[in-house]
Design a protein around this ligand. Structure first.
Ligand SMILES: N[C@@H](CCC(=O)N[C@@H](CS)C(=O)NCC(=O)O)C(=O)O
Length: 220
């Protein structure tokens, strides 16, 4: 079945995009013009009523295909569908369980607080409230990244095993946002996270993804 990734540069579509390139499959990239009404476009809302980026369409959703609308779920789906990609360790292994544990920590904890910080205006009314929400959430992200930094100190190059998995790509995406959002304790002050980001930036699938999206690496 055909695969179409609806994306916007450096949005939550980034990790799924890297996974597709790592899997080496044919796919179509479709830009959601989020600054020009793309998220209120009825055609896009029909695919993704959550009005969020990304969406992965598998086949034609009107003709027996389906969509996946959560970035971590898309990464998980690609990994399961193309096991030879190594995006996840083998089914039933401890390594796979640990990789999924990090993938879901990344989306459910780090990403969740990053989103609160980025969209703080949705969580407060006055400018003081909004600033307080933004700062508190950013602090929490710093704490979550400290946990990952400690883990990478133990595990070495990658979160689990001796090759990058979808959890590494997801973490890399979030580290990029955290750096760009200028949280108080950014990834670049965490040596193991910084080295991890540099390792990710050197991977061909990551280089190709950034080139295709027209974005720059966040760590020099
Ligand atoms: N949990 C979702 C969150 C997706 C999300 O919030 N994407 C952002 C772009 S990075 C978005 O579409 N924001 C638009 C909005 O919140 O109005 C996922 O990871 O796929």
């Amino acid at each position: 079945m055909s695969l179409t990734l609806y994306y916007y540069p450096d949005n939550a579509s980034l990790a799924p995009h890297i996974c597709l390139r790592k899997a080496g499959v044919d796919f179509t990239l479709s830009l959601v013009e989020r600054n020009r009404g793309g998220l209120t476009d009825p055609a896009y809302l029909a695919l993704n009523p959550h009005a969020r980026i990304p969406t992965l369409a598998v086949g034609d959703p009107d003709r027996g295909g389906f969509v996946i609308r959560e970035s971590a779920a898309i990464c998980h789906y690609i990994a399961e569908t193309y096991p030879e990609s190594g995006l996840l360790p083998a089914l039933g292994t401890v390594e796979r369980a640990r990789t999924l544990d990090w993938l879901y920590f990344a989306t459910n904890t780090i990403q969740a607080d990053l989103m609160v910080s980025a969209y703080a205006r949705r969580y407060g009314e006055t400018s003081e409230q909004i600033a307080a929400v933004k700062a508190r959430a950013a602090d929490r992200v710093g704490g979550h990244l400290a946990i990952v930094n400690r883990e990478l100190e133990k595990t070495g190059d990658w979160l689990v095993g001796d090759r990058p998995t979808c959890a590494d790509y997801f973490l890399f995406m979030l580290a990029g946002w955290a750096e760009q959002f200028k949280i108080p304790d950014p990834p670049s002050i965490r040596p193991h996270l910084l080295a991890h980001a540099r390792r990710c930036q050197a991977l061909p699938e990551v280089i190709d993804t950034f080139a295709a999206e027209g974005i720059n690496f966040f760590i020099s």
